[in-house]
Design a protein around this ligand. Structure first.
Ligand code: PLP
Length: 448
């Protein structure tokens, strides 16, 4: 394909994508196919001669689409959200075109530098403490990982190396294997399976601590586990707290866990994979109270912040903990400015060497939506809508409510007032409010 053909097919592909997303509602959200459906639909081996783009696109509809689960269908309510927006898709096209592999600063300076600044932008946007930011002189900093699973694994591996080195400095006779075999890491019983997997991959045993009746991991339970394990000669190294657990979106108690981890010299990693995007709205930040005690923090803009997969933002308070843990310097990756102290080489911050120019999509999304646009997307509601709902409720006169203002939010108050109120009256009121709210949201959607 030459550039003239690319221009034409590129336009066709943009049309195909726009049509797909515009009409996605008409496709069945979950496919009918059975396992193994695809193999008989295409040849046994790759074609000897090249085929036409048109033939391939025909097969996209014939072979691929029947087996697609449409994650961006408005009828998809499974797993968790995965973000998507046109600005991010455009940026991904550019990323593909530039096609650089930004493992060191020198391998593509813009790729590295934009990522560092974007992670500072994003960190500020969610209210992360200053220590997590790179700034111009900070000790912290952020990096884009592919997934939250990799972020947790990186944090655990860094903690493992840090403790191993400390203990070996104090007791030179101890072998690494001996130390690691006594290490123990913790999460709540509500943590994502990727946390348990990080334990399996790193060789550090991962213990699940029971959460409380609200599915929250609290300080007392962790303290108990630490005391027991220390008494048995184990070495606690890592706690993974979750803000927004996968089963119920519960939030572990960082205000209790943080001081314990800091006092006991245990790495505290915060996994806010899904819920972290909400912290761009100041009114949700009470849920991350205590984050200042953490050593590392992660959330996925690719879940809820309109940046297409993959974009998992990971910050550390001390970037030397990561860089120091995984540094290897072959001659072919060295370059002149390496020792200037002014460059970041992201290859030390991640498991693979190669990395895409993923910060482009973050940059496009942050600029095209702006903070206000992103906050509106998370809030998906407004004082105007709330006022309109109250107006509808009170116009119909089946129930009667009055509003109040909490800060700058217009709130509908529901007070149980009369002596004669029974639960059936409350249920009736709830259903009535719900029906009116749904109607209002549908009217809004039609206007857009
Ligand atoms: N952590 C939490 C709390 C999650 O909800 C999820 C996915 O839903 C993950 C981790 C794993 O995310 P990823 O696919 O980015 O590894």
């Amino acid at each position: 394909m030459n550039s003239a053909e690319f221009r034409k097919k590129g336009r066709d592909m943009v049309d195909y994508i726009a049509n797909y997303l515009e009409q996605i509602e008409s496709r069945q959200v979950f496919p009918d196919v059975e396992p193994g459906y695809l193999r008989p639909m295409i040849p046994d081996s790759a074609p000897e001669e090249g085929e036409t783009y048109e033939d391939i696109m025909k097969d996209v509809e014939r072979v691929i689409m029947p087996g697609v689960t449409h994650w961006h269908s408005p009828y998809f309510f499974a797993y968790f959200p995965t973000a998507s927006s046109y600005p991010a898709m455009l940026a991904d096209m550019l990323c593909g075109a530039i096609g650089c592999i930004g493992f060191t600063w020198a391998s593509s300076p813009a790729c590295t530098e934009l990522e560092t600044v974007m992670l500072d932008w994003l960190g500020k946007l969610i209210g992360l403490p200053e220590q997590f930011l790179a700034g111009s002189k900070g000790e912290g900093g952020g990096v884009i990982q592919g997934t939250a699973s990799e972020a947790t694994l990186m944090a655990l591996l860094a903690a493992r190396t840090k403790v191993t080195r400390r203990l070996q400095a104090e007791n030179p006779e101890l072998s690494e294997a001996e130390i690691v075999s006594r290490m123990v890491a913790y999460s709540s019983d509500q943590a994502h399976s990727s946390v348990e997997r990080a334990g399996l991959i790193s060789g550090v045993r991962m213990k699940k601590i029971p959460s409380d009746e609200n599915f929250v991991l609290c300080g007392e339970a962790v303290k108990k586990a630490l005391e027991k394990d220390r008494a048995e000669g184990l070495i606690p190294v890592f706690v993974c707290a979750t803000l927004g657990t996968t089963p119920s979106c519960s939030f572990d108690n960082l205000m209790e866990l943080g001081p314990i981890c800091n006092t006991e010299n245990i790495w505290l990693h915060v996994d806010a994979a899904y819920a972290g995007s909400a912290f761009i709205c100041p009114e949700f930040r009470y849920l991350m109270k205590g984050v200042e005690f953490a050593d590392s923090f992660n959330f996925n803009p690719h879940k809820w912040l309109l940046v297409n997969f993959d974009c998992s933002a990971f910050w550390v308070k001390k970037r030397s903990d990561l860089i120091g843990a995984f540094k290897i310097d072959p001659v072919y990756l060295q370059y002149d400015q390496q020792e200037s102290g002014l460059v970041t080489d992201y290859r030390h911050w991640q498991i693979p060497l190669g990395r895409r120019f993923r910060s482009l999509k973050l940059w496009f999304v942050l600029r095209m939506y702006g903070v206000k646009g992103l906050q509106d997307y998370i809030r998906k509601g407004s004082n105007t809508l709330n006022k309109a709902l109250l107006q509808k409720i009170n116009d119909l006169k089946k129930i009667h409510l009055v509003p109040c203002c909490l800060g700058d939010k217009f709130i509908l108050r529901f007070a149980v007032c009369a002596r004669t109120v029974e639960s059936n009256h409350v249920v009736f009121a709830w259903k009535h409010i719900e029906a009116l709210a749904t109607g209002l949201l549908m009217e809004e959607a039609e206007k857009k």
